[in-house]
Write a protein that binds this ligand. Structure first.
Ligand code: M6R
Length: 607
């Protein structure tokens, strides 16, 4: 949630910050803004409601020269979406951007007003700005004022604060992502909410721990330094060489990132098994193979939680370990029974989801071993867990998660394999590799037939509502299919276990309701009976079922034949790709903003 970038360097500071914001726009796009110190040593701020492009347009022809700037893309929490509530927020010589929530902001407002501060916005962020500037008015220096103010607030937040007078940036965080970077050759220092913003700009990156203050200053000074809140030097950070390499601006021939990412899946699947069986991943799996927990808690949010259901089925089927899927936003509030004999597995694309991190923290506190299934190496979740399994999905820019789901499920399957005792068995390994390659092949076939799915989407995108149904292993796919459709097409969609529909929701079925029925080879007859029940009430049936199934084809309004042969436990992952394309094309016919759907953000760093 919210992208933040700060930069100090010899030239082009604002351009660099804007480039960083462009990479982070998927974190929030309600508004965007920059503040920079101009040639007269004065802060200038530009901010605009809406997408980053609005801000870029407003800066056109301005010929800005600056060596020190900060920027922000907003996902609104407190205060309406408008120019005034956009970040950065300024007062006197200070400008700041914020990612997170100040839970006790209202406790300070009246006192700050009585001390002469006049609030301009409705944001919680401005309360921090007011605390800092009032503390400076009371005689504290810049660093002390930030430290004192930071100690007063509650909630997960990261701040990046610019001081016009000292041309210095100080950043500090608690429970929110923050990364600093430095490029030795051209003496530039950066700070951001996401390492992606620093790719190509910093050759060394630093992940500070909570409550470590990061000071960025210009050349001839101490470029980057870390202190504790009390001002003593801090060593509480991890530094590493920047290894990421990507061009997030490249959509290739695809109209949207989401479509590009759907099409990347076969290649990623093939590479995943190589990484884990004949690459660097092997040692990671080997460590996992030694675990023998009593109970596995899989915890995650959204699509990652649905991947968790798929993985649960693997762990129960192949390992016979009691496994439960816990929505991270609920898990910690019900006082779960967790202990040293158990294992917590946390699934996340970003590795920064606040609720997932909190669930991990809870397990760690209870002495439970924690493992991540995660995409972003070096993310907070990655650093907090004792072992990590990377899903190797590459950068996922589309806010709607597609390839990450597939890679999460497949990484989970490898985890289950590693824990089965067969980790060193070459024949069994080959079986898995072959199956992954077969899945990639079958997904290629689905992608080749994209036009069929597109035609069905064109005929059905304007209906009243959508039920995705599936039984047993296909139920998670039904949940994920519905989530994808609602988040990008803005239509009401629900994922339901096929057998549950008659316990209430069937009342909604009429000729304007669509049932996307996932039919696998197992529990076939029961699933088909459930389709008949919907058909009898005039519902429109789109069936995703075994190829050559004449009976199913006849009872369906639209039928998408699938070749399940040989895929076994990977079938739900395969069929999910059809749902991804269906959602994509329905959204396209609706004309929505597919890569940046309204109200959403890629990385949800608030609880
Ligand atoms: O980064 P994470 O995988 O932890 O994110 C979890 C959810 O916020 C995410 O999957 C969300 O549901 C997606 N927008 C779904 O497409």
């Amino acid at each position: 949630m919210c992208g933040i970038v700060g930069h100090i360097g010899p030239q082009g500071s604002v351009e660099i910050v804007l480039e960083g914001l462009k990479r982070l726009e998927y974190r929030g796009y309600d508004s965007a803004g920059v503040s920079f110190v101009d040639e007269n040593n004065r802060i200038q701020t530009y901010k605009k409601e809406g997408k980053l492009q609005n801000l870029v347009n407003s800066l056109e022809g301005k010929n800005i020269k600056s060596e020190c700037s900060i920027g922000h893309t907003r996902w609104a929490t407190h205060g309406k979406v408008n120019d005034t509530n956009s970040h950065p927020h300024n007062h006197e010589s200070i400008s700041l951007v914020h990612n997170g929530i100040i839970e006790n902001a209202n406790d300070f407002r009246s006192e700050l007003v009585s001390k002469g501060y006049t609030f301009k916005s409705e944001t919680d962020t401005e309360v921090f700005l007011a605390l800092v500037t009032v503390a400076m008015d009371d005689g504290l220096d810049f660093r002390e004022a930030i430290a004192t103010s930071f100690k007063k607030i509650r909630g997960n937040s990261a701040f990046v604060v610019l001081n016009e007078k000292t041309r210095e940036i100080i950043a500090v965080k608690k429970g929110a992502p923050l990364v600093c970077g430095m490029h030795d050759k051209n003496s530039q220092v950066l700070v951001s909410s996401d390492p992606y913003a620093l790719v190509g700009l910093a050759d060394k990156i630093y992940f500070p721990e909570d409550e470590v203050m990061c000071s960025l200053s210009g050349a001839n000074q101490n470029l980057l330094s870390f202190t504790e809140l009390d001002g003593t030097p801090s060593k509480r950070f991890i530094s590493k060489v920047q290894e990421m390499n990507f061009d997030p601006t490249d959509k290739g021939d695809f109209e949207h990132y989401m479509l590009k990412e759907i099409f990347e899946q076969p290649g990623l699947i093939r590479a995943l098994s190589q990484y884990y069986f004949s690459g660097d991943g092997e040692s990671r799996l080997e460590k996992i193979s030694k675990l023998n927990p009593r109970h596995i808690y899989l915890s995650a949010c959204g699509t990652a939680a649905y991947a968790g259901y798929v993985i649960r089925d693997y762990l129960e089927k192949f390992n016979r370990i009691v496994t439960t899927v816990e929505l991270a936003s609920e898990f910690r509030y019900r006082n779960p029974i967790i202990g040293k004999e158990d294992l917590g597995v946390f699934i996340s694309q970003s590795g920064e989801t606040a609720d997932t991190l909190a669930a991990q923290g809870l397990c760690k506190e209870a002495g439970t071993e924690t493992v991540s299934i995660v995409n972003v190496e070096g993310s907070t979740l990655y650093r907090e867990c004792s072992e990590n399994l990377l899903i190797r999905a590459g950068v996922e820019v589309g806010v709607a998660s597609t390839k990450a789901f597939t890679q999460m499920c497949l990484t989970g399957r490898l985890m289950s394999f590693a824990m089965s005792g067969d980790f060193k068995n070459e024949a069994k390994r080959k079986e898995i590799v072959d199956k992954y390659n077969l899945l990639a092949e079958r997904i290629d076939e689905v992608l080749d037939n994209e036009h069929v799915i597109k035609e069905i989407a064109e005929l059905t995108y304007n209906k009243k509502g959508y039920f995705f149904t599936g039984r047993n292993h296909y139920y998670p796919t039904a949940l994920e299919g519905a989530l994808k459709l609602k988040e990008i097409a803005y239509v009401h969609a629900e994922g339901y276990a096929s057998g549950e529909l008659k316990h209430g929701p069937i009342a909604l079925i009429d000729e304007e309701m669509v049932n996307i029925a996932i039919v696998g080879p197992d529990l076939y007859e029961k699933t088909v009976s459930n389709i008949q029940e919907i058909k009898a009430r005039k519902g429109i049936i789109i069936s995703l079922g075994p190829k050559g199934d004449k009976e199913l084809e006849e009872m369906s309004d639209y039928y998408i034949p699938l070749n399940y042969d040989g895929l076994d436990e990977l079938m739900p992952i395969y069929v999910n790709v059809v749902n991804q394309l269906l959602a994509y094309h329905m959204a396209k016919f609706k004309g929505t903003d597919i890569d940046k759907p309204r109200n959403l953000a890629k990385s949800v760093t608030v609880e």
